[in-house]
Design a protein around this ligand. Structure first.
Ligand SMILES: CC(C)(COP(=O)(O)OP(=O)(O)OC[C@H]1O[C@@H](n2cnc3c(N)ncnc32)[C@H](O)[C@@H]1OP(=O)(O)O)[C@@H](O)C(=O)NCCC(=O)NCCS
Length: 185
């Protein structure tokens, strides 16, 4: 992938993650409401150096062109990040190319819908990808709804391992042609 660009939405700036984001991630991310339906590889209870390790891994991935990781910063403040959205190329098996989380204080305002739409435009427009594989726990209703609103097709249901344990994992496919047609309509 090319270096992670700055993207804009009406209410958010999406900028590349940086080392000094670690303390605010440690503060905003380490809650059960955020981690519950994330992949089981997220350490829980969250260790004191969890965010620092996470940011270092993200920076290495971005330097190697393996992924893009954006900090979500509201244009009207606060000045620090309130969540993260990530994008990675299809590896042919994981079927989960986009990940996101938001501090619960900012849930339910349509902010992640806005960020996910912008990142999807970037994947299909600038990067020219033909499709996006997406995934969520079946009971993660907000994440599931974002896929539905984007016009993704449910293509598989399997068992996934989440921080909260094993649960049904929904696998979705969003085609560029469907996305472009939907945006034009
Ligand atoms: C998933 C997450 C990022 C959504 O962020 P958000 O900014 O609150 O989401 P939005 O406000 O843009 O939209 C969520 C949609 O889901 C709906 N929704 C939210 N909670 C819901 C629930 N419990 N049941 C049904 N729908 C729900 C909202 O109404 C909205 O749909 P609408 O526009 O049709 O009304 C946020 O809940 C989060 O950080 N969760 C923890 C981390 C996580 O699970 N990440 C995803 C892993 S796959």
């Amino acid at each position: 992938m090319p270096s992670t660009p700055v993207l804009q939405t009406p209410r958010l700036v999406l900028r590349p993650l940086r080392t000094k984001d670690a303390p605010v991630i440690q503060k905003r991310f380490a809650t059960w409401e955020v981690v519950r339906w994330l992949d089981a590889k997220v350490p829980w209870p969250y260790p004191a150096d969890g965010a620092a390790n996470f940011v270092n891994a993200c920076l290495a991935e971005m330097a190697g062109g393996e992924a893009a990781h954006w900090a979500l910063v509201p244009k009207r403040g606060p000045a620090d990040l309130i969540g993260i959205i990530s994008l990675r190329p299809d590896d042919g098996e994981t079927h989960d190319q986009r990940g996101f989380w938001l501090d619960p204080a900012f849930h339910g305002k349509g902010l992640m819908t806005e960020a996910a739409d912008r990142v999807t435009d970037y994947a299909f427009g600038k990067l020219g990808w033909p499709c996006l594989w997406l995934s969520n726990a079946q009971d993660n209703h907000a994440s599931r709804r974002i896929k539905e609103k984007q016009g993704a097709r449910l293509v598989d249901m399997k068992i996934g391992r989440f921080v909260s344990g094993e649960a049904t994992r929904m696998v979705w496919l969003l085609d560029r042609e469907d996305w472009v047609g939907r945006q034009a309509a």
